[in-house]
Design a protein around this ligand. Structure first.
Ligand code: ADP
Ligand code: F6P
Length: 483
């Protein structure tokens, strides 16, 4: 029976060795959390990196690792520390990530990074060939693996290959600065279907293909000699039911049985019932605009001092890519900013910012989503931003206000949120005031529209639409070959 092969750098679980044994930790990030619900439902195998480099893997644990991954219907690609350095910390996160998020000044063009990226992409392609059969459908994910579609195509010319980019595709003017821009485009063109979160990213990609490769592009089709490649936008949804049901279950837990985290939130609420909680959750990444958000919060408190002691900003930042210098600098900047603002503005009864630098289990995420009056998400650039969708999905009584950066892909589908420009402090201060004072009826009206849309276009619908389009495209491209 043919199956779907999902392939991404990070698997939905990351293995860690503790006390000589193996632990599987759920991965954080939009790709893993989104695709996990698709993977658990069907006949699929997920190939990716296990979370352990070769150097970290004692040979006697090899078989246990394979077994642990098999339980999650996963298989691993082995990577050495040196490969991770050049491929993941290097080309993926010091070249492509900053470039595609419009941080051109952070992007490093190192030949060694590029060579390792090519070699590691070839490893992933080889793993696909080894672990899949002729009739399987291959679904490649994200910017770490942009050369894989072409590499698989060379060995399996008639296989159905889809690619989805989870981050923005930048405008041609930005993309053209990449020294290996043609190779990257050619790598992607090994696919039959290339998907993006938004129509803008799709347009930018098509424009780069036309201008850099001189290929014929008609609407969203790219014409090669022997194949036509379809490019389309598929805005990724969330597992709406999972978040809604978790929030309903959360409401039903008796006070004594709540998590310790929720008990602390409850006791603060009891001691200051009028204080509004403003929540932000992101990976600690410069693209998320965390430092600007903190500055904008200070600006708000100075502009509207009557809200001192009446609001609290919770910042939950999950550690991410901490070997990359820009992320180290950002961590330091945020530690200092939070320290300075809390030092300057706190009173005996009030700390303006609660800052957590850690990954939290799912149940605590639900504690935070359901306890916060406002979610304030300010990415400077973000492929989608699923946190915005998760917050809305957990608002069972439909109250709560979402303030969202217009630079997030999700802003395209979330017009009922209060949309802001993260660089505009004046606008954000006024929007925070508006959110704090928004009547309940207005909150409920806005969230009703948002929730209906999230429920309809959930992650399963997203995956089915992508797979449906891929199957149709592959039939067009290859039926004549197999006849
Ligand atoms: P990105 O893919 O850039 O990380 P998204 O907002 O699309 O951004 O996805 C982030 C995902 O990671 C969400 O599903 C969110 O619930 C999860 N997440 C973010 N921060 C944490 C955290 N501190 N602990 C656990 N999960 C987190
Ligand atoms: O959604 C974008 C993305 O880069 C995914 O590819 C990735 O899994 C996630 O964010 C988290 O990043 P990382 O895998 O580098 O921790």
């Amino acid at each position: 029976m043919s199956k779907t092969i999902i392939i991404s750098n990070r698997l939905p679980v990351q293995l860690q060795i503790s006390d000589g044994g193996l632990t599987a930790i759920p991965s954080v990030g939009g790709l893993a959390t989104g695709m996990k619900s698709v993977h658990s439902g069907g006949e699929s195998l997920w190939i990716g990196w296990s979370g352990l480099t070769d150097e970290e893997t004692p040979p006697e644990l090899e078989a246990d690792i394979d077994k642990a991954l098999e339980q999650h219907a996963c298989a691993k690609v082995n990577l050495t520390e040196k490969e991770m350095e050049g491929f993941y910390f290097g080309f993926s996160n010091r070249t492509v990530w900053p470039l595609f998020h419009y941080f051109l000044e952070y992007s490093e063009f190192e030949l060694e990074f590029w060579n390792t990226y090519k070699a590691v992409n070839q490893k992933f392609a080889d793993a696909i060939i080894e672990k899949s059969n002729e009739g399987d459908t291959i679904w490649v994910h994200d910017y770490q693996l942009m050369l894989v579609p072409q590499m698989v195509r060379e060995k399996r010319p008639n296989t159905s290959i889809g690619f989805f980019l989870h981050i923005p595709f930048p405008s041609y003017e930005i993309f053209r600065t990449l020294p290996w821009r043609e190779e990257v485009l050619e790598g992607l063109l090994g696919s039959d279907l290339i998907g993006f979160h938004t129509y803008d990213y799709e347009r930018h990609f098509l424009s780069s293909v036309r201008r850099l490769l001189g290929l014929e592009v008609s609407f969203n089709d790219i014409y090669l000699d022997n194949r036509v490649i379809k490019v389309d936008s598929f805005p990724m949804g969330i597992d709406y039911k999972k978040f809604k049901d978790a929030a309903i279950a959360h409401e039903q837990i008796t006070k004594e049985n709540r998590t310790d985290f929720q008990k602390k939130l409850d006791s603060h609420k009891a001691s200051a019932p009028d204080t509004k909680l403003i929540l932000s959750i992101d990976r600690l990444d410069y693209s998320k605009g965390i430092a600007k958000r903190i500055n904008a919060f200070e600006y708000f408190l100075n502009k509207y001092p009557e809200y001192k002691e009446k609001v609290r900003l919770i910042i939950l930042a999950v550690p991410s890519r901490s070997n990359v210098p820009q992320y180290k600098l950002l961590k330091k900047e945020i530690d200092e900013l939070v320290g300075r603002i809390n030092g300057e503005l706190s009173s005996v009864n009030w700390t303006p910012i609660w800052y957590f630098y850690r990954s939290l289990p799912f149940e605590n995420l639900i504690d935070l989503y359901t306890s916060s009056d406002i979610a304030w998400l300010t990415p400077l650039r973000d492929g989608m931003n699923l946190v915005a969708k998760e917050y809305v999905a957990t608002r069972t009584d439909k109250t709560g206000v979402l303030i969202l950066s217009e630079m997030a892909g999700s802003a395209n589908e979330m017009n009922e949120a209060l949309l802001i420009n993260p660089n505009n402090f004046e606008q954000q201060a006024d929007t925070l005031k508006r959110a704090i004072t928004m009547p309940k009826e207005e909150q409920m009206a806005r969230n009703m529209f948002l929730q209906n849309r999230l429920e309809r276009y959930n992650v399963e619908v997203w995956a089915n639409e992508f797979m449906g389009a891929l199957n149709r495209k592959s039939e067009d491209n290859y039926t004549f070959v197999s006849q």
